[in-house]
Design a protein around this ligand. Structure first.
Ligand SMILES: *[C@@H]1O[C@H](CO)[C@@H](O)[C@H](O)[C@H]1NC(C)=O
Ligand SMILES: *[C@@H]1O[C@H](CO)[C@@H](O)[C@H](O)[C@H]1NC(C)=O
Length: 372
């Protein structure tokens, strides 16, 4: 333990009442005005191979320890982060909020994530799923020291097609889940508020989503491929399945409020039936994301490409929030008149065609703003 030196500044200098009040005001202002820097482990993806645990802003102590102890796992989490962010952008490519990230910003998604919205629910779920996926894959590929294929999958088992032998490498999803839980949840375990409860719930949904799409893969043996003998292993499906699933869960996410003793949720919608256990949950309504709003972290939809004939979220009506759209004729090169050549190539010509591309108009500023 470090002894407090008798002439440390703390002991010697006493603050006069007035300046003391000023200091407290300053601290209070800092606490109120500094937004909670959210889940910066997401930033590991941007750092890539240069993961240095002390330099990632916003890791809580537990995460920093795990980072120092398992630099190879952090490497996988970093590569995984690029993938789940790409998956998020794929899932939201037709929506006003499109999961865009900010360059060199350690909050990664900016101020949108300060709100306990449906979008935050999705990002927490898919990021936690992404960690499960990345760790599990790293274990199977032998990229990391601490884990490998699932050692419990040995001997014989059976499915609807009959008996088989466990063989090959079964993905060690349980290790992936265990590590993701320890690492990703660490931050939320530090506080007990509605936001932390919401994040923990959605993190769990994300982890379970990966497990849901584990599939049995088999290889046939036996006389001339008769498949009288099978060797099988459990494998994760493509991450796209998890992305599709969580996006569906985003659409049916459930609004909740914290219960009175602060230990759990109550579903806010009265006509909701069933359990919210496997649903994404959120606490606050989303902004409409129509306009650029720095405080809310909304980029707005000006300049976004929209689909004139769609009635969905990618339709110009919805995407442009009724502001209208501009149309551009663009020339496009595509392959055409493809012919099969014996054997075995396909030869095509390059053709040029024109397509109309529609983009949302910017917000029209009211006249009184232009007159300054
Ligand atoms: C998302 O939309 C913004 C404009 O609202 C655009 O600048 C950005 O390129 C888009 N990002 C992706 C990943 O599509
Ligand atoms: C636009 O929307 C229509 C109707 O939903 C769809 O059939 C079409 O493929 C979309 N076009 C593009 C370029 O996405």
């Amino acid at each position: 333990m470090r002894a407090q030196s008798p002439n440390s500044t703390m002991g010697k200098r006493t603050l006069r009442g007035n300046s003391k009040a000023k200091v407290y005001t300053l601290i209070w202002l800092l606490l109120v005005c500094t937004p909670r820097v959210d889940s910066s482990w997401w930033y590991i993806g941007a750092l890539g191979a240069r993961v240095i645990c002390d330099n990632i802003p916003g890791l809580v102590n537990k995460q920093r320890q795990l980072c120092q102890r398992h630099p190879d796992l952090m490497q996988s989490i970093g590569e995984g982060a690029k993938e789940w962010i790409k998956e998020c952008q794929h899932q939201f490519r037709h929506q006003r909020w499109n999961c865009s990230t900010l360059e060199r910003d350690h909050t990664v998604f900016g101020r949108v994530m300060l709100r306990s919205s449906r979008e935050a629910a999705f990002v927490y779920a898919i990021s936690s799923a992404g960690v499960v996926y990345a760790i599990t894959r790293a274990c199977s590929q032998g990229d990391v020291k601490i884990c490998n294929c699932d050692g419990h999958k040995r001997g014989q088992a059976s499915d609807q097609r009959g008996n088989f032998d466990w063989g090959g490498c079964s993905d060690n999803i349980n290790y992936g889940i265990k590590f993701a839980k320890a690492f990703v949840d660490a931050r939320e375990r530090m506080v007990k508020d509605a936001r932390a409860l919401m994040n923990l719930h959605n993190n769990r949904c994300g982890r379970m989503a990966v497990k849901r799409f584990m599939k049995l893969e088999c290889k046939c043996h036996g006389v001339s491929g008769s498949c009288s003998l099978r060797t099988c292993w459990l494998a994760m499906s493509d991450f796209r399945r998890t992305g599709d699933y969580l996006h569906k869960k985003y659409n049916t996410a459930v609004e909740v409020t914290m219960n009175q003793d602060g230990t759990g949720f109550m579903v806010a919608e009265h006509d909701f039936k069933g359990s919210a256990k496997n649903e994404l949950v959120y606490v606050e309504n989303s902004p409409d994301y129509c306009l650029m709003d720095r405080a809310a972290g909304s980029l707005g939809t000006a300049g976004r490409i929209c689909n004139k004939s769609s009635r969905g979220t990618d339709g110009c009506e919805v995407m442009c929030c009724g502001r209208g759209y501009d149309t551009m004729r663009v020339k496009r090169l595509s392959q055409c008149e493809c012919k099969f050549q014996w054997c075995c190539t396909v030869q095509c010509n390059d053709c040029e065609d024109t397509v109309d591309v529609h983009t949302c108009k910017p917000h029209k500023r009211p006249d009184w703003l232009d007159q300054t």
